[in-house]
Write a protein that binds this ligand. Structure first.
Ligand code: TYD
Length: 289
């Protein structure tokens, strides 16, 4: 804790002239958190604590914490998460994000840090690092490489375009009520395999590229959240339809081959090799006994 306070003092200097803090910073990949949860905890929990402490000391007027629908955990087929639903994080990543939220709420409650939390569903769009489902599948498909689908591929995610997410964050930053949580989702969970087949059609690649691989340990089956609160209070609605968003995203990666090649160098290659090419060996050490 001493170290955190010292770090906070440093950050406080940087925050002195800031109107607001928007905490996007996170180790955001579930698979990496499963392979090693330490960095996830350091960045997502300890990092949030440092920022909160600095914001408290600098008396920042607004602290928006960007969280995730993963804090709700696996949703049964007929269930939808609302802001008051219980938190049941499954992965080390989700647990770190839920922990960070608890700190944000505690700082708001105890010290009066004017905080607000957003929980968004899976993002997609340009410039997403290709360790995530959407850019990984597009980049591999463009190269005609195997598309590694975890388990049966029937897991469902509620995809939201990154620009819709950012617009929601801007609205909450300006008009969200302090101490509140706002869900941000598209509202239509889709099975991974269905998304993948649409992508393959858009990219004109065959379904034979799909390769079923060992499932992610503890894999949540379904995320689904309701965003009525942000619509009601701040007038937000997604503007990118899923179909158009997917089309423009696929086209963006098609025309940004150099960017993909650059970010897939070095450390990414090592990660890919360990996590995909030696998947069973790598996961045999982390699964349930
Ligand atoms: P991901 O992009 O990692 O987001 P999250 O785990 O936060 O939802 O994964 C989205 C879905 O795609 C999830 O159900 C896991 C699955 N998936 C695969 O089937 N293969 C992959 O190579 C990756 C990265 C994800």
């Amino acid at each position: 804790m001493k170290g955190d306070i010292a770090d906070a003092a440093l950050v406080k200097g940087l925050l002195a002239r800031c109107d607001a803090v928007v905490n996007f910073a996170a180790e955001s990949h579930v698979d990496r958190s499963i392979l090693d949860s330490t960095e996830c905890f350091e960045t997502n929990v300890r990092g949030t604590l440092v920022l909160l402490e600095a914001a408290r000391q600098a008396k920042v007027a607004r602290f928006l914490h960007v969280s995730t629908d993963e804090v709700y955990g696996d949703m049964a087929p007929d269930k939808w998460a609302v802001e008051t639903s219980p938190l049941h994080p499954s992965s080390p990543y989700a647990a770190s994000k839920a922990s960070a939220e608890m700190l944000v709420m505690a700082y708001q409650h105890t010290y009066g840090v004017p905080a607000v939390i957003t929980r968004a569903s899976n993002n997609y769009g340009p410039y997403q690092f290709p360790e995530k489902f959407m850019p990984l599948m597009i980049a591999n498909a463009l190269d005609r490489k195997p598309l590694p689908v975890y388990g049966d591929g029937r897991q469902e995610r509620d995809w939201i375009h990154v620009e819709d997410h950012c617009r929601a964050i801007d609205l909450v930053l300006r008009g969200g009520r302090t101490g509140e949580v706002y869900n941000i989702g598209y509202g239509e969970p889709r099975a991974n395999l269905d998304v993948l087949h649409t992508l393959l059609e858009l990219l004109d690649r065959p379904a034979s590229l799909i390769q079923y691989v060992t499932d992610r340990p503890g894999h949540d089956r379904r995320y689904a959240l309701r965003s009525d609160k942000i619509t009601r209070e701040l007038g937000w609605r997604p503007e990118h339809s899923f179909e158009d968003g997917l089309r423009s995203t696929a086209a963006w990666y098609q025309s940004h081959g150099e960017w993909i090649a650059r970010v897939r160098g070095g450390e990414y290659r090592e990660y890919y090799e360990r996590h995909y090419q030696r998947r069973d060996e790598t996961l045999s050490g982390v699964g349930k006994p």
